[in-house]
Design a protein around this ligand. Sequence first.
Ligand SMILES: C[S@@+](CC[C@H](N)C(=O)[O-])C[C@H]1O[C@@H](n2cnc3c(N)ncnc32)[C@H](O)[C@@H]1O
Length: 364
Amino acid sequence: MTAKDSNQSSPCCEPDLHQEVQRYYGEVLASTDDLKTSACCTVVQPADHVKEALAHIHDDVMARYYGCGLALPEALTGLRVLDLGCGAGRDVYLLSRLVGEQGSVVGVDMTVAQLDVARRYQDYHRERFAYSLSNVEFFEGNIEKLDELPLAAGSFDAIISNCVINLAIDKAAVLSSAHDLLRDGGELYFADVYADRRVPAELTRDPVLYGECLSGALYWHDFIALAREAGFAEPLLVESHAIDIEDREIAQKTGDIRFCSATYRLFKLSGAENRPEDYGHQVIYRGGISEQPELLDFAMDLSFPRNKAVSVSANIAKMIDASRFSSFFEIIGDDRGYLGPFRGLMYEDPFESVAADNLSGGCC
Ligand SMILES: C[S@@+](CC[C@H](N)C(=O)[O-])C[C@H]1O[C@@H](n2cnc3c(N)ncnc32)[C@H](O)[C@@H]1O
């Protein structure tokens, strides 16, 4: 089934928005130069291991990259990863390199023109990475209906997405299907656009505002609530950057609504608590993650220096214990000595950190 078919069974207003998005990314935009705002742009400087991988990516794929942030978590070797809304495949091919030949990457997108570019360079990247077989697969499909694709529940170690969920109409469906597709201890690590308040419904009818990833953006508080409803306890903010709207016409329409791009990491955990609780857990990073051997930056204001005990909430101890990170850590404590709510610093609000952010805008 194609995305077009699946739209036909959707509620009345859904096909228009999907078709607008497909038109925007398939026909209106030919490259990042055509974007009108910096919303679908990345201001984050890539780490060295990502720069190395980027050097292999074909120019045509790079030209159609419309991501807004960092969607590449650490310690990817050997993992099976899904990219929701993979577009022309830049992140899929970066992941292909980072997971290595033993890992695998699946990309899903509903815009055929974007997928055509991604698929065209599959063999090119296999050869660049000297893999005997490609470790990449692409599916045309709607990320709001992932159960229509041949993807087994619990079969992914990580799911990423870069500037896509704001474009989805049924964002709750995307988050809950991602939860289903992850194995226990797996993580959804994704960059997206957020607003500092609910965006008025009439702005979603503006195809440019919607296509530029602004008017579909979730009010960040609503995102946290949806993430929890989907089963992801304690969403962790990794980083955020302000989005400058320099186009006067667009700025007039959005008024004083503020937007930012932010990366969150959400772990699928059984038995997680609804809020950060303190049971006296400490975790010690023992090193071994090649791209961050001395200091693992896990989330905003949560870093793990090698060989140093760091106090964490029970949920974070569980995230480490249940995930691929467990082999790099020692965990001290158990769930018996309850001390009260966890008092450590833990940002959820992506706008709290953008005030001090002077990297915004101008990236495209
Ligand atoms: C801003 S672009 C980002 C593409 C890619 N992640 C990148 O970083 O270049 C948004 C992409 O999401 C896709 N998309 C939006 N809504 C979708 C949906 N409901 N299902 C599948 N793909 C979707 C669009 O087709 C488009 O390729």
